[in-house]
Ligand binder design. Structure first.
Ligand code: NAI
Length: 302
């Protein structure tokens, strides 16, 4: 197993001026302090989000952060749509049935996406592409973003208040970063405002959703379908083969028991195009910092 960066493994970085990390590496205060003591002054994130990094400590220690702001927004947007279609038409269940010689259609009833209202939370690069694709399906798009995009609002979707989006949407898809302000954005209160039977898709960050509240929502049937590519405690689970292990996270295991839930292990980004972009951008980020001490993809810490 390749070790992840955390307090136990940080010494492996000793003597390396730059290190390269991904979404579930631990870059907290202790790790950053050890990195600084060991001579690291550049962290190259192979991802867009940096919610796993203690930014204040990085700033205090003079550690520069660079990231890959966009490696393929299409990869994630297309994956979000794939999850919607799979859940709605229950392709995951149908495929297993057919393999077992069961051709019954019982329980596989879906709905037309055409004319349905889709709520997009966060209309940055990925959210906008998701909305544009769904317009092609004939969906009505509602959007919520503290910084609305004028062109998207004119051509593809209508910006509304967060509460209105919750109340009107048949499907809600999360496309905003995880910040200190929106941790558990989807909590019990938000769920109570959603349409009964709503479909919820999260390809952004696990911490946006209060998983315990979601389980309650699934049990009461307020949430009719759920797809998660990210999970708030995924760092202990995802990206490893645990098929022979006993998974200790009971909340995660409970989620897996619902027939109307799909969970995948943070793979929305995982296309050949995205991997190529990640590698190219990461190498050029590091080279720019090394040669010019500046880089367009530097994380600016306020
Ligand atoms: P982006 O930075 O282009 O757009 C994010 C948008 O969210 C911005 O318009 C921002 O104003 C908005 N926003 C911020 N806080 C918000 C809030 N509380 N409510 C609503 N909107 C809010 O980011 P991009 O490239 O579109 O990525 C979105 C997220 O997707 C990333 O932050 C990351 O967490 C996730 N992601 C997941 C991947 C996966 O493999 N599952 C891969 C890549 C990104």
């Amino acid at each position: 197993m390749t070790p992840r960066l955390d307090e136990q493994t940080v010494n492996l970085a000793q003597g390396f001026p730059a290190i390269c990390v991904f979404v579930n590496d631990v870059v907290n205060q202790n790790v950053l302090q050890s990195l600084a003591e060991n001579g690291t002054n550049l962290i190259a994130l192979r991802c867009a989000g940096y919610d796993n990094v203690d930014l204040e400590t990085a700033k205090e220690l003079g550690i520069t952060l660079v990231r890959v702001p966009a490696y393929s927004p299409y990869a994630v947007a297309e994956y979000a749509i794939a999850l919607m279609l799979t859940l709605n038409r229950q392709i995951h269940r149908a495929s297993y049935r057919v393999r077992e010689g069961n051709f019954s259609l019982n329980g596989l009833l879906g709905f037309d996406l055409h004319s349905r209202t889709i709520g997009i939370i966060g209309t940055g690069k990925i959210g906008r592409i998701t909305g544009e694709i769904l317009r092609g399906f004939g969906c009505q798009i509602l959007a919520y973003d503290p910084y609305p995009n004028k062109e998207f609002g004119e051509k593809y979707g209508k910006y509304v208040a967060f509460e209105e989006l919750l109340a009107q949407s048949d499907i809600i898809s999360l496309h905003c970063p995880l910040t200190n302000d929106n941790y558990h954005l989807i909590d019990e209160n938000a769920i109570s405002q959603m349409k009964p039977g709503v479909m919820l898709i999260n390809t952004s960050r696990g911490g946006l959703i209060d998983t315990k509240a979601i389980i309650k929502g699934l049990k009461s049937k307020r949430i009719g379908h759920l797809a998660l590519d990210v999970y708030e405690r995924e760092d202990n689970i995802f990206f490893e083969d645990l098929s022979g292990e006993i998974i200790q996270d009971d909340i995660f295991q409970r989620l897996l028991t619902f027939p109307n839930v799909i969970i995948t292990g943070h793979q929305a980004f995982f296309t050949s195009n995205a991997l190529e972009n990640i590698a190219e951008t990461t190498l050029s980020n590091i080279t720019n910092i090394e040669q010019n001490h500046t880089c367009n993809n530097q994380v600016i810490i306020q």
